[in-house]
Design a protein around this ligand. Structure first.
Ligand code: NAI
Ligand code: MG
Length: 356
């Protein structure tokens, strides 16, 4: 029997609560299938760990994680630890260190999920954003000179490499070709006259390798407008690290909210483990109340199933989430219900079992 070894970094706030439900679903799928299993190893890394140890994860953290088939992450960040530390010293270390250069964020409005947009059909919100995840605006390049003086100067540069742009675009085109969809590139070449002109040029080059794939291009500000006014025009969207970060929160807002938004950080070559996470944070405002919606973390578990080659089960898990949304009996408070995190997880588990 194949066993997948998963490193669990539940993290802070609502992280542990929502991950417990995703684990429940993965275990249910594996048990009912019978040909594979999961082995979960929990690591107590995150902000609480930082306050005790002075670091977000141990020095040999990456060596430890390297031995796993995947990483399942809840959320990191909590009041008392500056966000640039919690993000940069754990999440970004893993994304960069394991060359997880593809961030896959589905923006799909499930049946029964709330949508704040008027005059938009549910089927029109069905896209996947492929966000560059290893360089760009989040490369961490820059300088802080004359700190604390009147001559203080800060500059932060983006790093766009030919290799980095080509590989993220090829990933998007391969996906679009496989699914018979269009690719839309989102950039900002009018204002960012080096990085985004370069991005656009490479997009044109790569698109020639895929003559059968329809392409579109928007400036990021216009794209934000279209996300709200006419989301049906987007199918596969490829964009930079920063633009993808912002656009996918907008995507989450139009597709049911933060409680329903998942993201996979992939190393497609499978040289290193990939990481699966809900895109929301640790939600300190509701931590400890049992009000967190675990659907985003369950969705990210479905992306893990996809990545391991069980795409039929990945889809089944999404369908099970949809069943629970349509039934409306076990919804968390932000979706208008009063079910606790574990009750939502139980309801999804029941639907998964019924569909297996
Ligand atoms: P957040 O995503 O934690 O919360 C934003 C709002 O959405 C809050 O009102 C929260 O209650 C709600 N929300 C989020 N997830 C929810 C869920 N599953 N169910 C129901 N409601 C949910 O973002 P915020 O408040 O900006 O950040 C809080 C902390 O999390 C910060 O320390 C931040 O740095 C960190 N963070 C970590 C991320 C990660 O680990 N990947 C991503 C985003 C933020
Ligand atoms: Mg974000």
């Amino acid at each position: 029997m194949k066993t997948y070894r998963i490193a669990v970094i539940a993290g802070d706030g609502i992280g542990p609560d929502v991950l417990a439900e995703g684990i429940k679903i993965l275990e249910t799928v594996a048990r009912m299938d019978g040909t594979f299993s999961f082995e979960f190893t929990h690591f107590p890394w995150g902000c609480e760990y930082y306050l005790k140890e002075g670091r977000m994860m141990p020095e040999d953290g990456m060596d430890i994680l390297k031995q796993f088939d995947a990483i399942y992450l809840g959320a990191v960040g909590f009041p008392g630890v500056p966000d640039h530390i919690s993000l940069r010293e754990l999440l970004l270390v893993i994304r960069k260190g394991f060359d997880e250069y593809v961030n896959v964020r589905p923006v799909k409005l499930l049946k029964g999920a709330p949508c704040p947009l008027a005059n938009v059909k549910r089927e029109d919100i069905d896209m996947v954003v492929i966000r560059e995840n290893s360089e760009g605006e989040y490369s961490g390049e820059g300088e802080w000179l004359n700190k604390g003086t009147p001559e203080e100067v800060v500059h932060q540069t983006g790093v766009f490499t030919r290799k980095g742009c080509e590989r993220i675009m090829r990933y998007a085109f391969d996906l679009a070709r496989k699914e018979g969809k269009s690719v839309t590139s989102v950039s900002k070449a009018n204002a960012l006259n080096y990085s985004m002109v370069f991005w656009d040029q490479i997009f044109h080059e790569i698109s020639k390798e895929y003559p059968e794939v329809e392409t579109h291009e928007y400036l990021v500000d216009a794209a934000a407008c279209h996300f709200v006014r006419d989301p049906g025009r987007f199918q596969v969207v490829v964009t930079s690290n920063l633009f993808g970060d912002i656009l996918t929160d907008l995507g989450a807002a139009i597709a049911g909210g933060m409680g329903l938004a998942a993201g996979a950080n992939l190393n497609p070559e499978r040289k290193y483990p990939s990481m699966f996470e809900p895109i929301h944070g640790s939600a300190p405002d509701i931590a400890g109340t049992g009000a967190a919606n675990p659907m985003a973390s369950i969705w990210s578990a479905s992306q893990m199933l996809d990545f391991f080659g069980y795409e039929n089960y990945g889809k089944l898990v999404i369908d099970a989430i949809e069943d629970v949304l349509v039934e409306k009996k076990h919804l968390s408070p932000e979706l208008g219900g009063n079910a606790k995190t574990n009750e939502v997880g139980d309801a999804v588990q029941e639907k998964v079992a019924a569909r297996m």
